[in-house]
Design a protein around this ligand. Structure first.
Ligand code: SAH
Ligand code: SF4
Length: 349
């Protein structure tokens, strides 16, 4: 069975050509999929019946089953999806007061990077998602919002998995998220978050996109960062920051650095000083996020006074930062700490 959301418009056109369909049919189907987001072939009223029947037997319009859904008191919705091979992934929708509607979507089931404080990392790697599985998470939220006269305005690739480890499928998904005949979300409204796969960051910079890049930094000395993020043993902080400067140079886009504040670990004045020195003068912004608790890691979030002290030190170096509000915290919907097992899908507490 072909998942039609795995295909580009060109690939769909080639398939229809093989089926002996006239060229305009591919675009008709494409509009049903991306503009109208219908879920059944029989709603595609301008396609001939025999074509609809063939589509029905050989193709699928998405593959994911909603296994569970929770809504937080702040309006955040967390969905657990089951994939056709039984794997679970999560996607989160966050409404903001300024009318932004942001989907946080996954690119892999599990993750191979093993960051010690991350629930996904603690699961290990299961498999890459296909481009269709990545985009379906966004399409489903977009359809839901459109039924309420709203629209999906932003997408962050900050769910389960390391997007640059699943480079090709992620890039195809970004293309279909942003193209005017896809979901039509502006490139500047897409954020890709990476743990720091240096060659892939450079390759991504060369794509000529205007997508925002967020880098999970979390520590300003190699010793501390390697203890938290094993990938730092492969590419150290300076190598990573060189690639980040290359991204800024190529795209003109400001980079965001993510920093999960862990009490007594990376929230010390020494770490803040070291970070300020490293980032001074760079076109960047730091997001300070108190750690979300996970089962496999004993660290605790920093208290607010410590967070403020950290922020002030960065300010002295001219490095801007914001303390990020944790969304959907009552349903543990902090992106990156998404839990992939039904048994780990806690009730609203
Ligand atoms: N793999 C990518 C994107 C997914 S993780 C990356 O690492 O950037 C999204 C973000 O959540 C990352 O910044 C990650 O470091 C952060 N994160 C993971 N676990 C967390 C936790 N327990 N508390 C706070 N942030 C966490
Ligand atoms: Fe993977 Fe990102 Fe979690 Fe690290 S923080 S284990 S890279 S999902």
């Amino acid at each position: 069975m072909i998942n039609l959301y795995d295909l580009s418009l060109d690939e769909l056109s080639r398939l229809f050509q093989e089926w002996g369909q006239p060229a305009y049919r591919a675009r008709q189907l494409w509009e049903w999929m991306y503009a109208h987001k219908v879920q059944n072939f029989n709603e595609m009223t301008n396609l001939p019946k025999d074509l609809r029947e063939r589509l029905e037997t050989e193709c699928r319009l998405g593959v994911m089953r909603i296994a569970a859904e929770q809504q937080s008191s702040d309006g955040t919705i967390k969905r657990l999806y089951q994939l056709p091979d039984g794997q679970y992934i999560e996607a989160v929708l966050m409404p903001y007061e300024d009318n932004r509607r942001t989907a946080c979507i996954s690119t892999q089931a599990g993750c191979a990077m093993g960051c010690v404080f991350c629930a996904t990392g603690q699961m290990g790697f299961v498999r890459h998602l296909t481009s269709g599985e990545i985009i379906e998470q966004a399409i489903n939220f977009a359809r839901m919002l459109e039924a309420e006269d709203e629209r999906l305005s932003n997408v962050v690739l900050m769910g389960m998995g390391e997007p640059l480890h699943n480079y090709d499928a992620t890039l195809e998904a970004i293309n279909r998220l942003t193209s005017p005949d896809g979901l039509g979300i502006g490139q500047r409204h897409i954020t890709l978050s990476s743990v720091g796969l240096v060659p892939a960051i450079r390759q991504f910079a060369d794509e000529g996109l205007q997508v925002k890049l967020a880098i999970s930094l979390h520590a300003a000395t190699d010793e501390e960062r390697s203890a938290l993020l094993p990938i730092n043993k492969r590419w150290n902080i300076e190598t990573l920051l060189d690639a980040c400067r290359y991204y800024v140079e190529k795209t003109g886009r400001r980079i965001t650095f993510e920093w999960a504040l862990i009490a007594g670990e990376n929230d010390t004045p020494e770490q803040a000083e070291a970070l300020g020195q490293r980032l001074q003068g760079m076109l960047c912004h730091v997001n300070l996020i108190p750690l979300n608790l996970t089962g496999g890691y004993a660290g605790k979030p920093s208290d607010p006074a410590r967070v403020e002290q950290f922020r002030k030190i960065l300010e002295r170096y001219g490095v801007s930062s914001t303390v990020r509000v944790r969304r959907g915290i009552d349903i543990e919907a902090g992106c990156g700490q998404l839990k992939a097992q039904v048994i780990g899908f806690d009730d609203i507490s």
